[in-house]
Structures are given as structure tokens and as C-alpha cells.
Design a binder for this molecule. Structure first.
Ligand code: DX5
Ligand code: ZN
Length: 221
């Protein structure tokens, strides 16, 4: 388990002012920028893709943590890597060849991650944990910001952390995404999550730096 990482999701930002949002997050000591890519098929919403990521890349040096909620992600991984993604999450539900897809992400020079919908069991990643730098446990059903944390996901986080420890994968990050706030972050952290996405909790607060600092301290062991 690593030190806590806070990755604000720009899905909750004003899309006409993304450059300013990145500068504000950098100043507020965010660790990574979480970019939610939705295709209107896998999830019922359509957001941004490689051209916007490429346009935002020069605005900040913070790592881009790109969450692909898209079907057939293997067909466009190279476009996301070229646009400036540092880390790429693909959903297990969209990848019949998950082993190959995670390998492909690493071959592109990015950190690999596999995401699980709330209804997908921890066992879906059992055979590929050694190929993943991170597992993303969705704590809401993907598609929209501003939903409530699903408390039952805590058991899944614990199961994945225990399995990673059994396998000696001490570097594996476990990310949680959806409904993460100063009120919920400690539940996920105690179960073994060390990487936290937050959209509305940060963007709706008056002071991004204070919210990020508060979340980091609540997530610290
Ligand atoms: C949901 C996205 C999340 C979302 C989180 O499909 O993957 O990253 O932006 O938003 P909040 O923090 O508002 O739940
Ligand atoms: Zn996300």
C-alpha cells in the first residue's frame, strides 16, 4: 500500500475553463489529474477524448490518470498514450482479452490499471494482478459524477488488497472512484485503498487546497 494520492476528476470542472481548473488543482496540491472518458455506449454519457487530452497536456506537469469508460479500448490505447496519458484504466467488463490489453498499456509506456464496476467481483482481476499497476474499484456505477458511495464496495477493496499482499504485490495501488469525500474516504482507506478520485467533493468546495489536505489526512494510516 502506497502513500495516499488524491486525483481530482475534471468531469466536475467547468468544461469551458479546463485550463484554469488544472492550474487551480496544481496549486491546491493535487497529485494526479483524473480524466473521465465516456463513449455513450459502455456508459450513458459522452465526454472527452484524445484531442482534448492532447490540448490540456501542456497546461500542467501533473500525471494524467485516464479512466476509459469505453467499449473496445484496445483499439485506441495508442491514441490516449500519444495524447499524453501517463496512466490508463480499462474496464474489465469491456476487455475479453484483459491480459493482452494490460500488457499493451505497459508496452505503450503507461502505467496499467483495470477498473471494476460495482457488480463485477474481485475475482475478475485475480489472474491479471501481476500485470496491473493499479486496480480501480468503482464505488458508484460509472457514467456520472455526484453519486453516493456504495458502502458494500469496501469488502471488495479489502479482498483485492489481501490477494495483492498474498502475491507479494506490495506496490499495487487500489483506486476508488465515485462518491469519495472527506466523509467517505476513511472507509475506503481502512479497507486498503490508497488512491482516491474525487470530482464534486473538490469542485463544489470553496477551498480546493483545504479539501485535498483534509482528504489526504483522513486517508493516512
Ligand atoms: C464516474 C466517474 C468519476 C466521477 C466521480 O463515472 O468515473 O470519476 O467523476 O465523481 P464524484 O466524485 O462526484 O462521485
Ligand atoms: Zn473516473
Amino acid at each position: 500500500m502506497g502513500h495516499p494520492i488524491i486525483a481530482p476528476s475534471i468531469l466536475a470542472a467547468d468544461f469551458s475553463k479546463l485550463h484554469e481548473a488544472l492550474l487551480a488543482l496544481e496549486k491546491a496540491k493535487a497529485d494526479w489529474i483524473h480524466v473521465d472518458v465516456m463513449d455513450g455506449h459502455f456508459v450513458p454519457n459522452l465526454t472527452i477524448g484524445p484531442p482534448v487530452i492532447k490540448a490540456l497536456r501542456p497546461c500542467t506537469e501533473l500525471p494524467f490518470d485516464v479512466h476509459l469508460m469505453i467499449e473496445n479500448p484496445e483499439l485506441s490505447l495508442n491514441q490516449y498514450a500519444e495524447a499524453g496519458a501517463d496512466r490508463i484504466s480499462v474496464h474489465a467488463e469491456t476487455c475479453p482479452h484483459l491480459h493482452r490489453t494490460l500488457t499493451q498499456i505497459r508496452e505503450l509506456g503507461c502505467k496499467s490499471s483495470v477498473a471494476l464496476n460495482p457488480s463485477t467481483p474481485a475475482s475478475a482481476v485475480e489472474n491479471v494482478l501481476h500485470l496491473a499497476d493499479m486496480v480501480l474499484v468503482m464505488t458508484v456505477n460509472p457514467g456520472f459524477g455526484g453519486q453516493s458511495y456504495i458502502p458494500e464496495m469496501t469488502t471488495k477493496i479489502r479482498a483485492i488488497r489481501d490477494r495483492a499482499n498474498q502475491l507479494g504485490l506490495t506496490e499495487l495501488r487500489i483506486q476508488v472512484d465515485g462518491g469519495i469525500s472527506p466523509a467517505t474516504i476513511a472507509h475506503a482507506a481502512k479497507a486498503g485503498a490508497d488512491t482516491f478520485v474525487a470530482g464534486s467533493a473538490i469542485f463544489k468546495s470553496n477551498d480546493y487546497a483545504a479539501t485535498i489536505a483534509q482528504m489526504k489526512s483522513k486517508a493516512s494510516p
